[in-house]
Design a binder for this molecule. Structure first.
Ligand code: SF4
Length: 293
């Protein structure tokens, strides 16, 4: 296939030959870095048993603060075909996963669509994305995804260019999120508080960047219902010293985070998952030395 799946729109042939040509450097059939029950998502996703998380390797962004660099810059893990992918989903279901959580699926949408058309799990399927998606790709998943869990990292083109080499991040992410909302609507929970359907917009508050966090909140308040659920994350952890971006060499302060939470309330939004600042630990980074199941 000629790939224009994500906003990079590389127009390159995607097959299973390595090295792959596109910005994401991924072949058509995905490399899966890890598949396991994961307990570090929002409580309505992880529940008691854990979320059946499938981590894809590769990425269409280049975030300078990436916490998964080990898997995001090159093929990592096991390559699977459709049947192999379906077997992994079935295994996670048998283990009691509350959902099948596709982490960073953007650059594998055509493959994922084909697999889910062949086998739709009995538990909700979560599309857990960095947000740099094309609305056209999301449209192709209509009816196959139950829960959208996109990041909305930035609004400012200057900030998204600086940190993720994607000046047009908001232009695409905003349209993709509106398409996601049109497909699944507001959050629906089961009797145990486990999310069955809906949209949660994640935003990682970055040190020194709360002005852009305010813009993210403005977009949600101005474009979506006030019941829209956000997850405002304070867990930013510097992975290494960055000489060129000294503002990223520290954790978020309580003052900065409280300012963002206050603004969320001021804008009349009603539902947010929030974190303790003390949550900013490397425990959120999965162990990719072990495939999992
Ligand atoms: S998915 Fe990969 S190859 Fe396709 S447009 Fe995006 S970066 Fe390019």
């Amino acid at each position: 296939m000629i790939c224009n799946s994500c906003p990079r729109m590389c127009s390159v042939e995607r097959n299973n030959t390595l090295p792959a040509k596109g910005f994401c450097k991924m072949p058509y059939e995905p490399f899966i870095a890890r598949a396991a029950l994961h307990k570090w998502e929002e409580p309505c996703i992880s529940g008691i048993n854990g979320s059946g998380t499938i981590f894809f390797s590769g990425c269409s962004l280049r975030c300078v603060f990436c916490q998964n660099e080990q898997i995001s810059r090159k093929p990592f893990g096991r390559q699977v075909d459709k049947n192999g992918f379906i077997d992994i989903m079935k295994r996670l279901e048998e283990m009691g996963a509350h959902n099948i959580n596709l982490v960073n699926p953007t650059h594998f949408v055509p493959f994922i669509k084909e697999a889910l058309e062949k086998y739709k799990p009995s538990v909700p399927v979560v599309y857990n994305t960095g947000g740099y998606d094309r609305a056209e790709s999301i449209k192709n998943l209509d009816g196959l995804i139950d829960i959208y869990l996109p990041d909305l990292k930035y609004v400012s083109p200057a900030v998204s260019k600086r940190y993720s080499s994607a000046e047009n991040y908001f232009e695409f992410a905003s349209k993709a999120i509106l398409e996601m909302h049109s497909q699944v609507g507001e959050c629906v929970f089961d009797g145990d508080g486990i999310l069955q359907k809906g949209l949660i917009i994640r935003h990682l508050v970055l040190p020194g960047n709360i002005a852009d966090s305010f813009r993210v909140i403005d977009f949600v308040a101005d474009s979506l219902p006030k019941e829209t659920c956000m997850s405002l994350m304070s867990q930013y952890t510097p992975m290494r010293k960055n000489e060129n971006m000294p503002e990223l060499n520290r954790r978020l302060t309580t003052f900065e985070y409280e300012k963002v939470l206050d603004y969320f309330r001021e804008r009349g939004l009603e539902n947010a998952y929030i974190q303790q600042i003390s949550a900013a630990k490397k425990q959120y980074i999965p162990d990719f030395s072990d495939f999992g199941i």
